[in-house]
Design a protein around this ligand. Structure first.
Ligand code: NAI
Ligand code: SF4
Length: 513
């Protein structure tokens, strides 16, 4: 009897380890031989810990399971009888069926510790094809797919790779940014824990394409399970000839090292990450020079997010056109969206660009967990805009969000009900920036603290009109005068709260344009 209980951190946080231990104990006591696999999560977090059982028809899901449920579950599984936690065939659960899983196709299905399982599910086909192609042809495929940086900024990946490929000979680097610091995001972590070989494969293809022999994956220290899973996968890939010298008996070499951050949000900014990788304090470097020209140790460097590298194996496995066929406008392919906050059905939802915010929150997310009306949704992490219900027709698309002064970012969607105080949320944005600022430039270092104080005055009713004018002026200074996105984007949540929820600042409601 083959069963699956995730080892994903999200599942562990709600008791997956206890359920797994009880299951093994009970099966032993019943002399029932079971093969328990510990994959990543399918991303249906409200059903975690989810237990799946292999059957000739496919995997059957049960959830959310507690240790106390295990005896009756085993009875039902052995007898083939009903059980209140039975969800039916996992693949037929509507929430999962509605998705287009290209990047998360294997997550929750394969054993993340087994390279054989990865290969059995189509893994390494992209690399094997890439090894027979020229650098130009690989990059052409990435360009053709329309893939843009999934970390948040959406820069065309093929263009970035071409810049590094054309940056002359000598040492070059591939850096995978796994410092997933945005509140409400967890897609990078899920992949590292659930399908680590795909990230390794994507980075290796990038290395071959641009002529880099060395890669680093920079993982935040808050992700110990991801660090462990990535390190184990890198070891396994080395042992089996998928990393190191002569990968897959070719003339190409590529190897990867894991580096663990120390908890600073700013180390997710690419140049701070480079400083940190070089063993220095994580402060932002001025651009130019771009990392593509002068990056790690002063050498040309490709820096991409986990999700960007993870999209590459599918694209190289003959899927460039299929990838480009999904999406809308200039946002091609799929976006792994993370639904969180006060939401009924939170989790990982991968879908082609173009789905509206309202569909995501109301239909897929099922509204709030509290059952109260949705009032605001923050999209794109702590630097993203707060959107009211009136903007729920915005499609998930880089340009459509930007046109409404918001951003898609890393795909985090955090839902708030009608008890939220948006003036306090605006204060929180300034406070967050003050706490996480690297201190290099004045608008961010000083402006964020002055911003929090000014919001406090507005909340206290101290000359609100004058202080709102000060706040707007300060936001403009931060937006145009900051060196990096932290100071430059903090005005987005602040101004969106002010624009869409003026009544929380003691102002009369405004009409939306
Ligand atoms: P950016 O727009 O400055 O750069 C985007 C990328 O394109 C960088 O890698 C840059 O080096 C590269 N690039 C730009 N011009 C290039 C050229 N001509 N040739 C080659 N490469 C070029 O944006 P930045 O500051 O890197 O990222 C800001 C974004 O980060 C925000 O929009 C936000 O969504 C996201 N973010 C994500 C977080 C996460 O946890 N994933 C946390 C915080 C912010
Ligand atoms: Fe540092 Fe803030 Fe300036 Fe960015 S904007 S360089 S985080 S002080």
């Amino acid at each position: 009897l083959r069963m699956f209980i995730p080892r994903d951190s999200g599942a562990l946080a709600v008791g997956a380890e206890e359920v797994a231990a009880t299951l093994l104990d009970q099966a032993h006591a019943r002399q029932l031989p079971i093969d328990l696999v510990r994959p990543g999560s399918r991303g249906l977090y409200w059903l975690e810990p989810m237990l799946e059982v292999d059957t000739p028809e496919g995997r059957i899901a049960y959830g959310p399971v507690t240790s106390a449920d295990v005896p009756t579950l085993l009875d039902a599984i052995v007898s083939g009888g009903p059980h209140p936690l039975r969800q039916g065939l996992t693949e037929e659960i509507p929430w999962l069926k509605r998705q287009t899983r290209l990047t998360f196709a294997r997550c929750g299905i394969v054993d993340p510790r087994s390279i054989d399982d990865y290969r059995a599910h189509g893994g390494y086909r992209g690399l094997e094809r890439a090894l027979k192609m020229s650098s130009d042809a690989i990059i052409d495929d990435v360009v053709k797919s329309g893939l843009r940086g999934r970390g948040g900024a959406g820069f065309p990946t093929g263009t970035k790779w071409r810049t590094v490929a054309q940056a002359g000979r000598g040492q070059k680097y591939i850096c995978c940014n796994a410092d997933e610091g945005d509140s409400g995001t967890f897609a990078d972590r899920m992949l590292m824990e659930g399908d680590p070989f795909m990230i390794i494969e994507g980075m290796t293809i990038a290395g071959i394409a641009v002529g880099a022999t060395k890669g680093y994956i920079y993982i935040r220290s808050e992700y110990p399970h991801a660090v462990e899973a990535m390190s184990a996968a890198i070891e396994a890939a080395r042992r089996t000839g998928y990393l190191g010298e002569h990968i897959c008996h070719s003339t190409d070499s590529f190897d990867i090292e894991v580096r663990v951050g120390a908890g600073a949000y700013i180390c997710g900014e690419e140049t701070s990450m480079l400083e940190s990788l070089e063993g220095k304090r994580g402060t932002v470097r001025a651009k130019p020079p771009l990392p593509a020209h002068k990056g790690l140790f002063g050498r040309p460097t490709v820096i991409n997010n986990v999700l960007t590298f993870s999209a590459v194996p599918y694209i190289l496995d003959g899927g460039a056109q299929a990838y480009a066929d999904c999406g809308m406008g200039k946002s091609r392919g799929t976006k792994p969206i993370q639904l969180g906050g006060n939401i009924k059905h939170g989790g990982l939802f991968e879908v082609a660009f173009g789905i509206t915010l309202g569909e995501l929150v109301d239909e897929i997310g099922g509204g709030t967990l509290s059952g109260r009306p949705v009032r605001a949704v923050q999209v794109g992490g702590p630097l993203g805009a707060y959107f009211p219900r009136a903007l729920f027709d915005t499609p998930f698309d880089y340009e459509a969000f930007a046109a409404r002064s918001g951003m898609v970012g890393h795909g985090g969607v955090v839902v708030f009900d009608d008890t939220v105080d948006m003036a306090k949320q605006a204060r929180f944005a300034m406070e967050f920036c003050a706490h996480e600022s690297c201190g290099k430039c004045t608008p961010c270092r000083i402006g964020s603290t002055r911003g929090a104080e000014t919001v406090d005055k507005i909340i206290a009713g101290d000359r609100p009109a004058a202080n709102i004018a000060v706040l707007e002026d300060l936001c403009n200074t931060m937006k145009f005068g900051s060196l990096c996105a932290l100071g430059g984007l903090t005005p987005i949540p602040v101004l969106s709260a002010l624009t869409h929820f003026p009544e929380d600042f003691g102002l009369a409601p405004r009409r939306l344009q």
